[in-house]
Design a protein around this ligand. Sequence first.
Ligand SMILES: Nc1ncnc2c1ncn2[C@@H]1O[C@H](COP(=O)(O)OP(=O)(O)OP(=O)(O)O)[C@@H](O)[C@H]1O
Ligand SMILES: [K+]
Ligand SMILES: [Mg+2]
Length: 676
Amino acid sequence: MKTKKSMMSAAIVQNAVKESFLKLDPRVMMRNPIMFVVEIGFIITLLLILVPDLFGGTVSRGYNLVVTLVLLFTLLFANFAEALAEGRGKAQADTLKKTKQDIKANKVTGNNSVKQVSSSELRKGDIVVVAQGEVIPGDGEVIEGLASVDESAITGESAPVIKEAGGDFSSVTGGTRVVSDQIKVRITSDPGESFLDRMISLVEGAKRQKTPNEIALNTVLTSLTLIFLFVVVTLPFFGNYLNVSLEIPILIALLVCLIPTTIGGLLSAIGIAGMDRVTQFNVLAMSGKAVEAAGDINTVILDKTGTITYGNRMASEFIPAGGHQLAEVAEWAAISSLKDETPEGRSVLALMKKQSLTYNEGLGDNAEFIEFKAETRMSGMDLKDGRYVRKGAVDAVKKWVQSQGGTIPSDLDEGSTRIAKAGGTPLAVAVDNEIYGLIYLKDTVKPGMKERFEQMRQMGIKTIMCTGDNPLTAATIALEAGVDDFIAESKPEDKIAVIRREQAEGKLVAMTGDGTNDAPALAQADVGIAMNSGTVAAKEAANMVDLDSDPSKIIEVVAIGKQLLMTRGALTTFSIANDIAKYFAIIPAMFMVAIPQMDTLNIMRLGSPSSAILSALIFNAIIIPLLIPLAMKGVGYKPMSSPQLLKRNLFIYGLGGVLVPFLGIKLIDLVVHLWV
Ligand SMILES: Nc1ncnc2c1ncn2[C@@H]1O[C@H](COP(=O)(O)OP(=O)(O)OP(=O)(O)O)[C@@H](O)[C@H]1O
Ligand SMILES: [K+]
Ligand SMILES: [Mg+2]
């Protein structure tokens, strides 16, 4: 796991300071009702500096001035927290914007000639040619050729990746560079809607929406604020009755101390920082909601080929069956693959070359190509002499042959079992009702999967591998990767069915996948993570894209999601406990002159009513910057059950929230008392 982006730089801090002032704009503040109340209080005390008898009565000018300043700093601190959280994303967005300059594109026009246009003129469906050394002008799908592409501008990973027509490695991203060979690309996005555009607006938080959890919490906090507003507004009447005169600045200070400004000031920073932590792990989350959902995931569904394995399945051996010759099965395998542009199909022709095997190419003339489909799990050719040639998943080819009255060679299963037990994928090759043998497709499990899935088990997450492959291969890979369960021979709709089944049991489900056949399932899952190596369809259906194409990255996303929820909960607890403590610090001090019995409650022995309130207000302001590091980093997370976590946090942040202000306010009062 790499965290390559720089942490807080001086530039980010500087910019955040500037932003803290700009964010004082009431139109901006209004989005945060709690801090908006503070701002109104600030404006009133500011007016009182200018016109001291604005509301009749007199106000001690020095005291009012200090209250005004402390209120201003409370606002600035809260704004600074948010600006700081936004800072890293904004800096990253600036870097990405540099990648997104206008470049020249070689567009293929009607009569197959090439015309130079600007990348901003490209529309969905346009075809461009990109040669060695050139930057790919827009998102698209490779429709011809194979090239290695440097995607470091987007993924930060310097090793080039292979992109090729057909199959799951065909998607290319605008702004990345072709380092060898040449490809023809069909553009799949209109200007302004590219992956890079989305990535920029994501990291800079332009489209950030409050999550349902955040909205709910905000509602509770706003209600609390309204209750305290009512309490404070009615307080002067009691004061009158007791012959205690309560000046406006005192009332405003009291109100601000009592409303949940700590969490109100840090809430949005917590959310932004959480999203930012996900980005630092090279995962692009399209919504905060998805990140929070990840925190509660029970089940993870993983696709096999291209997700758990590298997915570059290569033909490595032809195995004849039913008394046929090697040359025969090889020839039909080649004929069935003549127009099969998937990596599997092309690897068959590559193996022919490598083994210097020949075949009658003429058989392919005027033949009809039967494209590979996840539904049929076969591909091939209908020859002009009437023969049908197929290769595909063994069970699918068997059924196809049997439906034409053919028989299955007795040694076929022996061969396919050998391949599957080694974790490979066997493809059967047949012509009409006759099976000629097998193709051995090899694939490799990505390293480190077993340890990572074990970690998920400890987090209480069940892993299920869902694959279109046969049960034996699936079992071998499942064992090697260490998933809890697997489902073989699954079609796209089966993957959705598994997700729906888990969801019906009340579980939150994450799905990771890379193929077009995974897209519906990625959309159905609560958290859908597409591999960046995957197809455009997969990336569009998912609500997260993993730029490193590492399926076990879900662990980090889950941890960050949990941390985000916990941090918000902990700071809310702390904030409200704080306000309760402040209540007991201020109220006895305020009324002890009028009601001497209050003195027993005045355990803190604060200097005077006005110094008590000012001290509490100062504490209320400085607690915000003190908690910024916690809001940004998140509270520590160790895998344990949710009730345990809740108990632990209530204890630490609830008790801490009551004790810390007593101590802090007392200390501040020792100084303030000298002056007030
Ligand atoms: N080009 C092809 N021609 C014929 N059969 C193929 C081809 N590619 C794959 N198959 C067969 O079809 C099966 C299903 O392929 P599909 O791509 O739907 O799933 P998969 O890649 O095996 O699994 P996963 O869903 O884990 O990615 C494969 O296991 C293989 O047997
Ligand atoms: K407060
Ligand atoms: Mg796949």
